[in-house]
Structures are given as C-alpha cells and as structure tokens.
Design a protein around this ligand. Sequence first.
Ligand SMILES: [Zn+2]
Length: 128
Amino acid sequence: MDLRGNNHYLKIYNATNSKSITKRYVMKKSALKQIAMQRVKILIDRALYSRDEFSDHHIVIAKKIILKYKLKIPFEYKLLFCKQCKKFIIPGRDSIIRIGRSNTKALRITCKLCGHTYRKIIEKPNQT
Ligand SMILES: [Zn+2]
C-alpha cells in the first residue's frame, strides 16, 4: 500500500475548501421512478408466471417499492390486487373476472380469498 500517496491527497483536500469538494450527485426523481417502476413490473411478472414459493415474497417487495416511490401502477396491475383484503390475486386462480351487464362498462372482479366483489370501470360512458 502506498501510504505516502494517500497523505499527499489528504493535504490537498485539507488545503482547499472542503465544502466545494463534497458535492452530492442526486438522481432526478423521474429517473428514479422509472427504474422503480421497471423493478415492480419485473417482480409482478415473475410472481404471475412462475408460481413458486418466492412469488409471495416478490409481491411484498413490489408493494414496498410502490409505497416508497409513490408509483402510479397501471390498470393491468391494479386488477391483480384485491380491493378489500389487499392480497395478490391471480386471475383465473384466485379471482373471477366478468364483464358487467349494466350500461357502464365495468369489470366485476370477485376475490376468491375473501369473497369480495368490486367493479372496475373500463371506459367513461359516451354522451351521444
Ligand atoms: Zn380479497
């Protein structure tokens, strides 16, 4: 180890104003959110398509990331979480998705874990 070189560096550091050197490089919030969103998508996709013992853990991490960065999750991913018990539900296995028959076009999602049925409106009613 070359200690002399280190000492030399410290002398220079002390001589100059230390405040100007310690500049922090902070990433932009939008870039951070994009990276966080990518991670959430990867985690949820893994949990959806590879049904192994880790899928619950993936969802726990994904939820933590969503809360930390206050992400707006897209519609397709919102369907995967029950509105009442907040659990991860896989369509076809843990939930039943049907199209409502009323005028407002909506999906009726029934959670098999807690038995709660809720609606998700697909599109705004057109004014003719
Ligand atoms: Zn539920």
